[in-house]
Design a protein around this ligand. Structure first.
Ligand code: FAD
Length: 423
């Protein structure tokens, strides 16, 4: 591979971090090459054909909030913003499957959290003062566990804070990092309903986040190689001098830059002395091939159940369970039966269990504890032409699409700045 006059930016890893870095740099005048070990792009955010349900499904339903500004700008740039759909207002219907109670949190559309002051909108059986723990999360100075910062009991915790933090941090909320929880509250709930509207890629993650990004890159002459696994970074004189892939080696010139956008456990093997998160949490999704009833809202939170969130998707109903590691060793058929019972109870469907698939992602996100959060490295490394990207780098956010895209944009901007500084 030959470098352009301005040098080539080699992006390793085509998950959302790598794709967003490539999209930011494409068309900037600099040559960009994307290298991905798998046969498809998307990483932990991907669609694929599943033979059990005979449908294209996602590895996991991904929820985006309207306050996730980097994800929305990424979708806007690649032309797929309209593929992210949700209710007109920030509404979160819940059902308690043990007691049958149903309620809806309505955050409205304002740019201030007026919902806290409106009895009809806030959590049933709560008063304004009950929302103070949210402020404590936002303003906490040290990074402690959420369980050491706020009282993890009572209706506000059970019905708002726990479901929200479990979904966003992917860890039992009391063990989660106060800093990460605070960042989430600051960027969503505290900004009013305007920033909390739930958005979903109903036509699939591939169609919204991955395929349009690849089309965008192809149209701007970004070189893309799949099945191209980086197995070593050769370092000399304070920089990366060669990339060694399974099938070939690429020598790097003085102006070439590398953005390493791989998961932390891969980066740790490639970069000497790199400290990054090394504990992970799993997410499980179940997909049932059935036409969802019209009465099912765009997403339904369930309490006192194995299921946590139920989503109607075209031709199927999907169920998400965060921090699901303890369930991974149970037989898949048992899990599908139990989850279908929850779906039937929540929706009123009385049919026998339809064709299903259970998708288990063991290392869905790094464990969002204060200790793991403290291990996240910045984008810049000790090597002058090596930058890091990924949801696990120090973005200040939990491991989410928003974190991945912000990290990709940041690495791309640093790559451009370095070039300008060298010129
Ligand atoms: C089941 C599930 C549900 C989720 N739900 C949500 C949600 O609702 N909302 C949300 O915001 N986030 C959610 N997430 C998190 C979100 O998917 C991630 O934060 C995001 O996709 C991470 O992107 P990334 O690019 O940082 O990493 P990855 O997606 O892991 O990308 C890394 C890429 O590097 C490639 N690679 C690895 N090693 C090499 C190598 N040696 N050479 C070349 N390439 C290599 C991998 O194949 C991969 O494509 C969920 C994740 C999972 C798994």
């Amino acid at each position: 591979m030959h470098s352009s006059e301005q040098g080539t930016v080699h992006i390793v890893g085509a998950g959302l971090a790598g794709l967003s870095a490539a999209v930011r740099l494409a068309g900037s005048g600099r040559a960009v090459a994307l290298h991905e070990a798998a046969s498809q792009a998307g990483g932990r955010c991907r669609s694929y054909f599943d033979s059990a349900t005979e449908m294209t499904i996602d590895n996991g339903t991904h929820l985006v909030l309207s306050g996730n500004r980097a994800v929305l700008s990424f979708a806007e740039t690649i032309g797929s913003r309209s593929g992210l759909a949700g209710p007109d207002e920030a509404e979160f219907p819940f059902v308690d499957l043990a007691f049958g109670e149903r309620w809806t949190l309505r955050f409205g559309e304002s740019r201030f959290p007026w919902w806290v002051f409106d009895k009809e909108r806030r959590v049933p059986r709560t008063a304004v003062i009950d929302y103070l723990p949210l402020a404590r999360l936002m303003w906490s100075k040290d990074d402690r566990r959420v369980g050491e910062t706020i009282d993890c009991r009572g209706p506000i915790y059970d019905r708002l804070i726990e479901p929200l933090l479990l979904a966003a941090l992917n860890i039992a909320p009391r063990d989660g990092s106060t800093k990460l929880a605070g960042a989430l509250v600051r960027e969503t709930l505290a900004l009013g309903g305007h920033a909390c509207r739930p958005l979903l890629a109903r036509e699939g993650l591939g169609r919204v986040f991955v395929d349009p990004a690849l089309d965008y890159l192809r149209a701007r002459n970004v070189a893309m190689a799949f099945g191209d696994e980086l197995i070593a970074l050769h370092l000399f004189g304070g920089r990366v001098v060669q990339l060694e892939f399974t099938e070939r080696r690429v020598d790097l010139g003085e102006d070439d830059t590398v953005i390493l956008a791989v998961p932390p456990y891969v980066a740790a093997k490639l970069v000497p002395d790199l400290h990054g998160p090394n504990e992970f949490r799993g997410i499980m999704n179940a997909h049932f091939r059935i036409e969802p009833p019209d009465s099912l809202p765009p997403m339904l939170g369930t309490i006192n159940s194995l299921a946590q969130w139920i989503f109607p998707m075209p031709g199927r109903i999907s169920v998400t369970i965060s921090d699901a590691g303890q369930l991974f060793d149970l037989p898949r058929a048992e899990l599908a039966e139990r989850l279908w019972r929850d779906v039937a109870k929540a929706t009123g469907l009385t049919t026998a269990i339809p064709p299903w698939q259970i998708v288990r992602e063991r290392r869905a996100t790094f464990a969002a504890t204060p200790e793991q959060n403290a291990l996240r490295p910045t984008a810049e490394t000790a090597w002058r032409n090596l930058l890091l990207a990924g949801d696990w780098t120090a973005t200040g956010l939990p491991a989410t699409l928003e974190s991945a895209v912000r990290s990709g944009y940041r690495a791309a901007d640093l790559a451009s700045q370095k070039l300008r500084a060298a010129a």
